[in-house]
Design a protein around this ligand. Structure first.
Ligand SMILES: [Zn+2]
Ligand SMILES: [Zn+2]
Length: 313
């Protein structure tokens, strides 16, 4: 199984900057374009790779601060993201408080439209007021009840009579490259948002990927026999699952690295992805397997005894 590797597909190094990525795409696109006799699947893969990298390296409105803001008028909010989103500088949606807006339930009037009513005393329930006496017969809509002839007496349960509710706005934000758990992200005022917003990152594991401090790790769980027989392991990477051959000298408890496959750094290059292999010893082995394991233990004990007696002679 081969993971999605946009750099390999574009034939560039993981250090490549946007300009180089664009150039590589243009050149390869000419080669692979279906209109020019290229294979459609290859072209689509190329396009996907290009778009993936462009999104990674596109600018973010958010800036990384290493410490909390001090004083001033600002809003501090939380930004929940997964380890994968943070590592890849993904675009996430966040809800932030916005200005008050008229209550949609009472249309800003503050009264419960389906609550109790009483007759408007101003117009005596007619909804209009007549002015008599002048040459013209003048009628106007009752200013007290707005023409309904009734007055609502209960407060609107949604806005509690205020006629306004706190607004909320959804922002679609690209996470800046290089942000890590513990960082504060700063969003400067935008067109429709007048205040400074600071976000405290809350990073959740995604699958087997998680941050330990500022490092991204992928956890791999392998049963002891697979590990002892030197088989390869399935690893979850930022690009998906892939099969990886463990190095011969690898010992459980140590980490091994997938170079340049970890989270993006501020300059657009990538860190290493750290793989932590955990060996499990199932307690409920089938009896047949357990017998074999006992046989194995006997062979090893015999070997040790022989070696020890060999030393004595
Ligand atoms: Zn209301
Ligand atoms: Zn009235």
């Amino acid at each position: 199984m081969k993971a999605f590797d946009p750099y390999r597909i574009l034939g560039i190094s993981p250090e490549a900057k946007l300009e180089e990525i664009r150039r590589a795409f243009r050149e390869k696109a000419r080669q692979f374009h279906p209109d020019l006799g290229g294979k459609k699947e290859l072209f689509l893969e190329l396009k996907r790779s290009y778009e993936f990298l462009c999104e990674r390296l596109s600018p973010s409105k958010l800036r990384i601060l290493k410490e909390r803001p001090q004083g001033g008028n600002y809003l501090l909010s939380f930004l929940d993201v997964t380890a994968r989103e943070l590592a890849l500088g993904a675009t996430v949606t966040v809800t932030v408080p916005a200005e008050e807006r008229p209550c949609p339930y009472c249309k800003g009037r503050g009264h419960n439209p389906s609550g109790r009513k009483k007759t408007c005393l101003f117009c005596e329930g007619r909804g209009e007021i007549e002015f008599l006496g002048s040459q013209k017969h003048l009628k106007i809509v009752c200013p007290r009840c707005g023409g309904t002839g009734e007055i609502l007496t209960d407060l609107c349960p949604h806005c509690r009579g205020r006629g306004e509710i706190a607004g909320e706005r959804e922002l679609s934000l690209k996470l800046p490259l290089g942000a890590r758990p513990g960082d504060i992200l700063y969003l400067p005022p935008q067109e429709e948002q007048e205040m400074d917003i600071y976000f405290e990152l809350q990073v959740h594991p995604s699958g087997n990927l998680f941050f330990e401090g500022r490092k991204l790790l992928s956890r791999v769980v392998v049963p002891f026999w697979k590990f002892a027989l030197g088989q390869s392991v399935e690893v979850e990477t930022l690009e998906g699952w892939e099969r990886i051959e463990l190095p011969q000298e690898f010992q459980p408890g140590s980490l091994f690295r997938l170079p340049k496959r970890g989270p993006y750094q501020e300059d657009g290059t990538r860190e290493d992805l750290l793989i932590r292999v955990e060996i499990i010893f199932p307690s409920d082995l089938p009896s047949k397997a357990r017998k074999k394991l006992e046989e194995f233990a006997q062979i090893m004990e015999k070997e040790e005894e022989d070696a020890a007696s060999g030393h004595r002679n």
